[in-house]
Design a protein around this ligand. Structure first.
Ligand code: C2G
Length: 133
């Protein structure tokens, strides 16, 4: 069984996220998604509209996803790869090069982002940014 892991906030879940998760699952048989906690989002400088529990439920409902775990820090990836016996780490190419150090522990794959959609674009077009949501 080939095990794949990816990480992210996945706020205001949209088809760009789904495109990523679909292709991530195609790289193996079992997909683990580490969803950033509210506290880690603060560290990332992101304020998510949905709480961790809400985002976890949404991601768990996606047919490509087999397990959701919390992402609490930048430093947990190596432990996760070991603990979950991960074969492949995958993430969008907006992170290209940033996680090459994981090559010592598993395959590292950067997938192209879906260009025209983003959570911040949704927020600004709905005028949510002005409401500081
Ligand atoms: N993504 C994508 N296309 C988009 C938007 C997002 O492919 N239009 C991908 C991102 O590249 C990422 C995943 O969807 O792989 C989740 O995106 P975010 O929720 O923005 O996650 P991010 O803030 O990049 O968190 O430790 C890693 C971080 O937690 C990644």
């Amino acid at each position: 069984m080939k095990r794949v892991i990816t990480y992210g906030t996945f706020d205001l879940l949209h088809y760009g996220h789904i495109n990523l998760l679909k292709r991530a699952k195609e790289l193996g048989d079992y997909l683990i998604v580490a969803v950033s906690t509210n506290e880690f989002n603060e560290i990332k400088g992101k304020k998510s509209y949905f709480t961790y529990d809400e985002r976890k439920k949404l991601v768990e409902a996606i047919r490509y996803v087999d397990l959701v775990i919390p992402e609490n820090s930048w430093d947990q990836k190596i432990d996760d790869i070991r603990e979950y016996r991960v074969d492949t780490f995958v993430i969008g190419d907006d992170w290209k090069g940033k996680f090459d150090f994981l090559n010592d522990y598993c395959e590292v794959v950067y997938l192209s982002r879906t260009p025209e959609i983003s959570t911040s674009k949704i927020k600004s077009e709905l005028g949510l940014s002005a409401l500081k949501i």
